[in-house]
Design a protein around this ligand. Structure first.
Ligand code: C2E
Ligand code: CA
Ligand code: CA
Length: 755
């Protein structure tokens, strides 16, 4: 017996130690308290092992000390475990601490027992012909038992409450521990009171420790898992069907029952019902994910079918399940989203990005067909929006979109680029310029009873390299538009090599402007301005580019380029500085001669013209009256009020403001009265016509008279003959400029001949 129990105890000690170490290393929830508890069972078992092996009073006593103090540690570990495992958050922490104190007290009283002898002693009895020292308990031992049983009772109550309170899926993990605990406790009680040799209840402790180890760390409530999975499957919006290996349907969830139209619990009928709906294909393969489209038009339905098979450990088919998702809403949302992202919301045509993509596709797939890329532009669309309303503008765009659609075949791709411009890709033989020209003159948009004419132009580029970027081809088509001279007569322009070389030229000179200014390749030429007596009173500064390789460049070849790309502001700032430099050098001897400088409408966008000129005149010490400012009437086309304010600022500071090219554009006499200018420069075109044109003569006379009345001096440009000079003089014109007096010339020449 003793030997048998010795072996059992040793095995238990090893098992408990292993459990404790595993628990300690596992880093799972509660693992530390489990390690502590399983470990705590070891000392009492060791104590008992010593007792049954010793055969000596002293050694047995040592075993008993280890046993009882060990039991105190067990109680501490048990309480600690109970709190953690049952998730008890004690508000009154002091209760726990008092219990811990009592345990320490109990250990203390055992420690003093060898001296006081108040707790226990032992007495020898014979077991199997061998002395076994049995415990003789005194008062201290009774106190120890009261404490141990008290703690045990508290732990049992904690587990009992927890078992009753938790869901029955979980309670298993509590009541298994609870029952074992009660059994172990009863067993020990029986031992204590029967005082039988050898504490067999130690085995109960061992079993309890291992059970705790398993439940706390490794137990998964499978019942709960089953229930959860079944619950999830039934609640899922997807339809689910489960099949045996032979294809028999054994279960379908609620959605599946509804989808297939299964009656009652007749799951076996499901395969047939599904075949009716999805066709034979749905059951062909054991595993697949596939989209099914059923029905057409408004009744169209999209389904995603997913079939998976289950295999056993020997790789034999165990069954399969099919999930069916109704994707109709998603698909329709996706389609709508696709449409919205690829179609312009106003006109319903393709968006620019999508148009590029589609054109690229068409061109890449082309065989022998040749294509045109067309850029369609509505001129002055902003004015249409401003004069009428945005709604009218929108309607106009919709009408234009409709019209474009009307001459498109299936072979064509077209869309809206931006604002009032559209792009088209059309096979060459389908493009009928004559028909289009006819429609475009005039293109009328109805507005109530009124019809509004809009000007539409088409720039056409013939595709040479289909791999070229679509945006580049459209740029070229757009460039062709710039060649349209008579915009009311001609509506279609073709891109050609001339345009191409023009673009290259533009790029060529634009790239060089910066260094040209730095190297002073740009030169101010001066053209004299004379008074009624023919005496020189001033000069206009006109730019020339003395190009190192291209030679002498007149402003006509580069000014329009820079006006277009905004670089004009660099030229002008340079020219203003040159004019100030010259005026500063003349200050002493010719302080009465003025210089007029040109200000491009674009300058107002890029610099604060007033500040810039003020700064320059101050820097060179030039009097404002010496520097005249030439602006054109187009300056007033945008933000008229702001511009007027600017001009008035100039005048207030003493600069003389001249209105250049009067009569060449939209100018009206009416406009003149609101213009804050000091001098009117009458355009030379006016003059050349006026030679033998009676009417022009009258108009010229009236302009001069009117400007006189308004207190504005008149200056006529482009005076080429003596008779013109005479006539204008008689008409009352004050100032004159033209080849008759002198052509524009370099500064040195001007200083030689004119000063
Ligand atoms: P614009 O300001 O109207 O300058 C007058 C133009 O008429 C000058 O041409 C001048 O050479 C030319 N001209 C003068 N008298 C006669 C004449 O009797 N008969 C004819 N047929 N032409 C005459 P240019 O210098 O070629 O300048 C052309 C245009 O370039 C200028 O017209 C002006 O708009 C622009 N421009 C010239 N220099 C500058 C500049 O520094 N800045 C800006 N923004 N534009 C400039
Ligand atoms: Ca001018
Ligand atoms: Ca002019």
């Amino acid at each position: 017996m003793r030997d048998m129990f010795s072996v059992i105890f040793v095995v238990m000690i090893i098992a408990l130690a292993v459990c404790s170490i595993i628990a300690y290393r596992s880093h799972k929830i509660n693992s530390i308290s489990v390690a502590l508890l399983t470990g705590a069972f070891i000392p009492p078992v060791i104590g008992n092992l010593i007792i049954i092996r010793s055969g000596e009073k002293e050694l047995s006593l040592l075993g008993e000390y280890i046993y009882f103090i060990g039991m105190d540690i067990v109680m501490f570990a048990l309480l600690n475990f109970a709190f953690e495992y049952c998730n008890i958050n004690m508000k009154r922490r002091w209760v726990k601490h008092i219990v811990y104190l009592l345990i320490i007290g109990d250990i203390a009283q055992f420690i003093v027992n060898p001296v006081t002898g108040h707790a226990f002693d032992n007495e020898a009895i014979e077991v199997d012909g061998f002395p076994y020292y049995r415990l003789v308990p005194y008062l201290g031992q009774s106190l120890h038992r009261i404490l141990d049983y008290g703690i045990l009772a508290a732990v049992i109550i904690i587990f009992l409450i927890k078992t009753l309170k938790t869901s029955r899926f979980y309670s298993e993990r509590y009541y298994a521990i609870l029952i074992t605990m009660i059994v172990a406790a009863l067993w020990q009680t029986v031992y204590i009171f029967s005082r039988t040799p050898i504490d067999r209840s130690m085995m109960g402790f061992g079993a309890f420790g291992m059970l705790v180890f398993y439940f706390a760390l490794y137990y998964r409530p499978m019942k709960l898992l089953d229930r959860m999975l079944a619950g999830i499957a039934s609640e899922m919006s997807e339809s689910l069907f489960f099949f045996e290996a032979n294809g028999r349907c054994i279960w379908a969830n609620a959605a599946g029952v509804q989808l297939a139209g299964i009656e009652g619990e007749d799951f076996e009928g499901a395969p047939l019902l599904l075949k009716d709906r999805f066709g034979e294909e749905y059951q062909f393969q054991e595993e697949y994910i596939s989209n099914f489209v059923i029905g057409t038009g408004d009744d169209i339905k999209y389904y995603l079918l997913e079939k998976h098979s289950l295999w056993d450990e020997k790789k034999r088919l165990a069954g399969s399940f099919l999930s069916i998702r109704d994707n109709t809403d998603d698909q329709q949302r996706l389609k709508r989203k696709m449409f919205n992202s690829t179609h312009d919301s106003l006109t319903g045509l393709y968006t620019r990005e999508y148009l590029y993509e589609r054109i690229h596709e068409v061109l890449s797939a082309r065989q022998s067909t040749e294509y045109f890329i067309i850029y369609i532009d509505v001129r002055n669309f902003k004015i249409i929006n401003d004069i009428f309303s945005n709604e009218f503008g929108d309607r106009a765009l919709q009408n234009i979109a409709e019209w474009i659609k009307s001459w498109m075949s299936d072979e064509c791709v077209f869309g809206r680029l931006v604002g009032a411009s559209f792009g088209v890709c059309i096979p060459v033989e389908e493009f009928e310029p004559a028909v289009i020209e006819e429609k475009l003159s005039p293109f009328v948009i109805e507005n109530g009873t009124l019809g509004y004419h809009i000007l539409i132009h088409l720039g056409v580029y013939k595709v040479v390299d289909p791999d070229m970027e679509v945006s580049l081809m459209l740029d070229r088509a757009n460039l062709a538009l710039s060649t349209i001279k008579d915009e009311y007569k001609t509506h279609i322009a073709y891109y050609n090599d001339e345009i191409r070389s023009k673009v290259l030229w533009d790029q060529h000179i634009s790239a060089q402007l910066h260094s040209a200014i730095a190297e002073r390749q740009l030169k101010p030429y001066l053209q004299p301005i004379v008074d009624r007596n023919g005496s020189i009173v001033g000069a206009e500064a006109l730019v020339r580019w003395i190009h190192p390789t291209d030679g002498f460049l007149s402003p006509g070849v580069f000014i329009p380029v820079f006006e277009k790309n905004g670089m004009i502001v660099e030229v002008d700032k340079y020219m203003w500085r040159c004019a100030c430099e010259i005026l500063a050098s003349w200050k002493e001897k010719h302080g009465d001669i003025f210089i007029s400088v040109n200000i491009s409408p674009k300058d107002f966008y890029f610099v604060n013209v007033v500040e810039e000129i003020k700064k320059l005149t101050a820097e060179y010490g030039v009097s404002p009256s010496q520097l005249r400012i030439e602006i054109t009437e187009t300056v007033m086309m945008t933000e008229a009020e702001v511009r007027m304010k600017t001009l008035n600022e100039f005048r207030k500071m003493g600069y003389i403001v001249e209105m250049d090219d009067f009569g060449s554009g939209y100018s009206s006499l009416n406009m003149l009265k609101d213009m804050p200018v000091d001098v009117l420069k009458i355009d030379m075109k006016f003059l050349s016509k006026s030679k033998d044109d009676g009417k022009a003569h009258i108009i010229l006379q009236n302009i001069i008279n009117l400007s006189e009345d308004l207190g504005i001096d008149s200056l006529t440009e482009g005076v080429e003959t003596e008779s013109q000079f005479k006539t204008l003089n008689e008409m009352g014109c004050k100032l004159f400029q033209g080849y008759y007096f002198a052509k524009p010339m370099p500064l040195e020449d001007f200083e030689d001949k004119c000063l």
